[in-house]
Design a protein around this ligand. Structure first.
Ligand code: 13P
Length: 671
């Protein structure tokens, strides 16, 4: 599911609460490195420029309680006095960060600091600010609830932070792997949650590395410890053509291969893991590139004299500190074949100049690859520090602002701060009703496979029963699901003229449309019968589209909501929350179907919102946020984008206009 970004919402006159990662290094109340503040500026400017009433920023800054405890212990050990207030003021108070932000924003916006007495009860203060003001809240970690383990505690702070905004924006990629009050829980209490521009950029670069990289993918993974990189190695193996393993962790792999590593860094308890990864790479057909020569030292010290070791084996008196020239030549060859490069962790002790050459060369090779059009991504604190040291950060496609967050994303994990910004997927379905011979269906299916290729949404084609097999064969391997327009209430038996779920399964059907208005009104299906079919279809693993909607008479009598309520509630009776995840609801006002009369976007939105509210009551807020609600009834190319722009309209169930590729494609590819 795609993340929703600031570009998809209307900010005019809205109050916005945004999580940023202003966890910057501080000394005596002065910001030491403002990279993270600078990274949030585009989103701040975007929101202000789009007319937000207020923009309230929240961030953590260090960890006041833990940091103070450590500093106090150190002071005691050194025989010094410890002044808690002074220490906290110099390192954890947000006021100097707010002042720094004001300098960076200049005339673009006025920044005010909300005060040192925490984040609670600031609503009146925020609401009294002039339009367009940026408000910085005090460090969120002064509240113990921010990092609480218990959801109730998290929710307590989240709820009070949610009072500052109609819209929650998360731009704090560096903290996205934390499931905390201001990074994730808050999303439960605001109507809309979206990602900021920095978050969008991070996700757009990092996520495809795991899900769908431009291949060949070469991963360069370094750093000291295998143990901290196992998950990322395993995850990248699935797509990488080559895995370059460097840095201290390489020696554990070399030892696993029976090589001599001298006094080099090694994790003996990870030798078996290293063997397993080497084995897995063989199976995946990924080449593992380990050092074949080294630059060594007799001890781990900046002043140690570098000793070139031309072979892979290292004598007992030496330790590997950097890679040698033969290894670098190999790197060059491997990197030259890549279309995507992801780099996490240095290949040598680059902090010491005498052993920085290997990491510097890697930075240069990756930078050169960028200029050839290769997608290059650098993540993780140390490799970012390395590209900065060599002045090559601007020569990479993307340098991540997140250490732990970028690593976890590359491990294929779901990050709480990102998940809350995911939007529902648009789902565009064609209901071909009782039209078309097999040959005609085949022709349409073939045209759709071509025209919807690369389309961004979820698609469905639901032909007549007689054409399902033909169409299914054509849709196989495409991005279009196969649908059926109905099913029987029973698995099999004496049901003349009916079609069973078992038969539909046999044909490879993915989705069944149930309760369509033509079934309800022409074939007199009632709620109980539809509910029985729903349960049967879901039990057999199908996705279901449940259609609801009022007649013209019912609408004119003001009964639209009551009808939709009854049909939704009865249709879903006895259906579990887990099964609801496979249900799409289609609001199809009967008076709009096949009549050329479309509900206005506002009218449709009102009912969609009402239905979502019903789901919230039945299954809770999260289920309501996620359920897809399609609109159906004379959807055409001309009105599709307008309808789909409405907050609660997540797709379309199309009849007439789905019968030709020329009329369905523009709906399916609306923008
Ligand atoms: P039309 O798009 O032809 O109005 O049909 C809507 C419909 O009933 C889809 O199931």
């Amino acid at each position: 599911m795609m993340i929703k970004t600031v570009k998809t919402v209307e900010f005019k006159d809205k109050r916005v609460i945004m999580r940023v990662d202003f966890n910057v290094p501080m000394k005596d109340g002065v910001v030491q490195d403002d990279t993270r503040i600078a990274a949030a500026i585009p989103t701040i400017k975007y929101i202000i420029a789009h007319g937000a009433k207020t923009l309230t920023l929240m961030s953590h800054l260090g960890d006041p309680a833990k940091d103070a405890e450590k500093a106090k212990a150190k002071a005691e050990k050194d025989g010094k006095t410890f002044d808690y207030d002074k220490y906290i003021k110099g390192k954890h108070r947000m006021a100097p960060v707010a002042a720094h932000l004001q300098k960076k924003l200049g005339k673009a916006a006025v920044v005010v600091f909300a005060g040192e007495d925490g984040c609670f009860g600031k609503k009146a203060f925020i609401d009294s600010q002039k339009p367009g003001t940026v408000i910085m809240l005090e460090n969120t970690r002064f509240h113990k609830e921010e990092t609480a383990k218990d959801a109730k505690d998290l929710d307590k702070l989240a709820k009070s932070l949610a009072e500052y905004g109609d819209i929650f924006v998360n731009d704090a990629f560096g903290t996205a792997h934390r499931d905390q009050a201001s990074t994730a829980s808050i999303a439960k209490f605001v109507p809309v949650s979206v990602a900021g521009l920095l978050m969008e950029k991070e996700v757009n670069y990092l996520e495809p590395v795991v899900t769908n990289p431009v291949k060949p993918l070469v991963a360069i993974i370094g750093g000291a410890k295998v143990s901290s990189k196992i998950a990322v190695l395993e995850s990248l193996l699935k797509n990488a053509s080559a895995l370059v393993i460097g840095g201290g962790m390489a020696f554990t792999f070399l030892k696993a291969q029976g090589k001599k590593i001298g006094k080099s860094l090694v994790e003996d308890d990870q030798i078996d893991t290293a063997k397993k990864i080497l084995e897995a790479a063989k199976k995946c057909g990924a080449e593992i590139v380990l050092p074949v020569d080294h630059v060594c030292a007799d001890k781990f010290d900046a002043a140690s004299k570098p000793v070139a070791v031309a072979s892979v084996n290292i004598s007992d008196k030496l330790m590997g500190m950097d890679v040698g020239p033969k290894t670098l030549a190999k790197y060059k060859e491997v990197i030259s074949k890549a279309k995507t490069i992801v780099w996490n962790g240095p290949v040598g002790v680059f902090e010491y100049d005498a052993f920085a050459k290997g990491t510097g060369e890697v930075a240069k090779l990756v930078a050169e690859a960028t200029s050839r059009g290769v997608i290059t991504i650098v993540g993780g604190g140390d490799s970012v520090a390395a590209v900065n040291k060599f002045g090559l950060a601007s020569k990479m496609s993307h340098v991540s602002t997140g250490g732990g967050a970028s690593l976890e994303l590359l491990e294929g994990k779901k990050l709480p701060g990102i998940e809350v910004t995911r939007g529902r997927e648009y789902f565009i379905a064609g209901n071909w009703k009782m039209h078309k011979t097999r040959a005609e269906s085949a022709e349409l299916a073939k045209a759709l496979v071509k025209s919807l290729k690369g389309g961004k949404h979820k698609y469905l084609a639901a032909p007549s029963f007689t054409s399902i097999e033909t169409v299914g064969a054509i849709l196989k391997g495409s991005n279009i699901l196969l649908g059926a327009q109905n099913c029987s209430t029973d698995e099999q038996g004496a049901h003349t003229g009916e079609v069973s779920v078992l038969q539909l399964k046999d044909l490879g059907v993915d989705v069944i449309i149930l309760g369509h208005s033509e079934r309800r009104h022409v074939y007199k299906e009632d709620d109980a019968l539809i509910n029985k079919k729903m349960k049967l279809a879901l039990a057999h693993g199908f996705e279901v589209i449940l259609c609801v909607g009022e007649t013209l008479d019912e609408r004119e009598k003001g009964k639209a909501e009551a009808i939709c309520k009854r049909q939704t509630e009865k249709g879903l009776e006895g259906i579990s929350a887990a099964d609801l995840a496979k249900v799409t609801i289609a609001y199809e006002p009967v008076w709009a179907i096949g009549t050329g009369k479309t509900a206005t976007p506002d009218d449709a939105q009102a009912i969609h919102k009402f239905i979502r509210g019903l789901i919230a009551k039945l299954y809770g807020a999260e289920a309501a946020r996620m359920i897809v609600i399609q609109y159906g009834g004379s959807v055409k190319a001309e009105n599709a984008a307008q309808l789909m722009a409405m907050e609660d309209i997540d797709g379309a169930l199309v009849g007439g206009a789905s019968l030709k590729a020329e009329t369905f494609t523009p709906i399916a590819k609306f923008s």
